[in-house]
Design a protein around this ligand. Structure first.
Ligand code: ATP
Ligand code: MG
Length: 353
């Protein structure tokens, strides 16, 4: 049966890396005889320039009609420098997440053995790191009511969680733990936040249904420290939106580069697959960006989106082989950089294929 894949390249390095992810999906389709049909749509800064909004209705309609979405990144430096701009690229992403019901953001943080010397930490600490994050994606402070007082002197973001929101992502995390090393670490700030006390209570209830899984609860600040002290201690981590955002970026550095990390956002309908990095305008258009995060996102699309586990494994193995052969984009060139064969975005993509 034909699968419809929507490609949303977005801004900055988004189009360059997504082209590589798409090319890998085309190659998989050709080798396995899968019928993939591709469409493309706009979102983010480029969409704002073209249409005035970050997520044009046409893009949203195409997204709903597709079986999976491969996305690049959105953003532009002009918004960083002017916080008063009302129409912003991230709004497209937020609306997409909310309306597609993408409540679970899954981020595998795996250190390829070949990249041991690209990590910011000592090899003996990071070797074997394999963490699966479940970040809640449609609740918490990012989606709660936002207020700015009339005199502009006060601002607030309401952090809201409902029982059902915690429960559904906790279930996903425990189910995944059963297929792995059977450990779930739930991260919160239950010592100071009421929403975290609800979080912990619900996770404890869900945990009782999974007696074969070892459950721990850790405060977010302590987790930030433990992740760089003992990253190999962790298996599955489940946490709310804001903590997950920060902790996964931190962990990216454990495994070498933002350019290596893929993510899957899933809910009840179409899944959304993207690198965890942003638009990275500092290197955009220079054939410098690491496309492996997009390629690994394409592998997650195959595995989680379509259940094509063998094809996904082939893509992951191909990435490992290219790294083993010594090819590196500059962001993952390690301390032994003189031994690396430095390549650009397009060549890296072609090597994986
Ligand atoms: P955004 O505002 O969209 O998050 P950003 O400019 O903050 O974008 P990030 O993508 O968050 O950029 O990444 C921060 C830095 O990490 C970039 O400026 C870039 O130097 C580096 N980086 C990110 N992704 C990649 C990649 N795929 N390949 C190489 N370097 C990358
Ligand atoms: Mg960023």
């Amino acid at each position: 049966m034909q699968k419809n894949i929507l490609i949303i390249p977005g801004d900055g390095i988004g189009p360059e890396v997504t082209a590589c992810g798409k090319a890998v999906l085309e190659e998989v389709a050709a080798r396995y005889g899968y019928a993939f049909a591709f469409e493309e749509a706009q979102m983010g800064h480029e969409a704002i320039l073209a249409t005035g909004v970050a997520l044009p209705d046409e893009t949203f309609e195409k997204a709903k009609a597709s079986d999976a979405i491969l996305f690049g990144a959105v953003g532009h430096v002009r918004y960083d420098n002017d916080p008063t701009l009302k129409v912003r690229p991230e709004q497209g992403l937020f609306r997409m997440r909310k309306e597609l019901g993408l409540y679970a953001n899954i981020r595998p943080v795996i250190l390829f053995d070949e990249l041991l010397d690209a990590s910011s930490l000592k090899p003996e600490i990071v070797k074997g790191t394999d963490i699966l994050f479940f970040r809640e994606l449609t609740g918490g402070a990012y989606f709660g009511e936002k207020v700015r007082s009339e005199d502009g002197e006060m601002a607030s973001d309401l952090m809201v969680y409902h029982r059902y929101e915690v429960e559904r992502i906790a279930v996903k995390a425990f189910e995944a733990a059963r297929t792995r090393r059977k450990k779930v670490c739930s991260v919160d700030k239950a010592n100071v936040l009421e929403s975290s006390r609800l979080w912990r209570e619900v996770v404890q209830q869900v945990a009782r249904r999974y007696p074969d899984v070892e459950t721990t609860h850790m405060l977010a600040d302590n987790t930030a420290m433990q992740l760089i002290k003992h990253p190999t201690w962790f298996d599955v981590i489940v946490t709310e939106n804001l903590f997950g955002d920060i902790l996964t970026d931190e962990t990216a550095q454990v495994v070498g580069s933002m350019g290596m990390l893929a993510s899957a956002s899933i809910g009840d309908g179409t899944g959304f697959f993207e690198p965890i990095h942003g638009s990275a305008y500092d290197i955009a258009g220079q054939d410098k960006a690491n496309p492996l995060a997009s390629i690994l996102s394409a592998a997650l699309l195959l595995e989680i989106g379509f259940g094509m586990k063998e094809a996904a494994k082939q893509v992951n193995d191909a990435v490992a082989r290219v790294l083993k052969a010594g090819y590196r984009t500059s962001d993952i060139s390690g301390r032994m950089g003189h031994k690396d064969k430095i390549v650009g975005t397009r060549e890296m993509g072609a090597l994986v294929i």
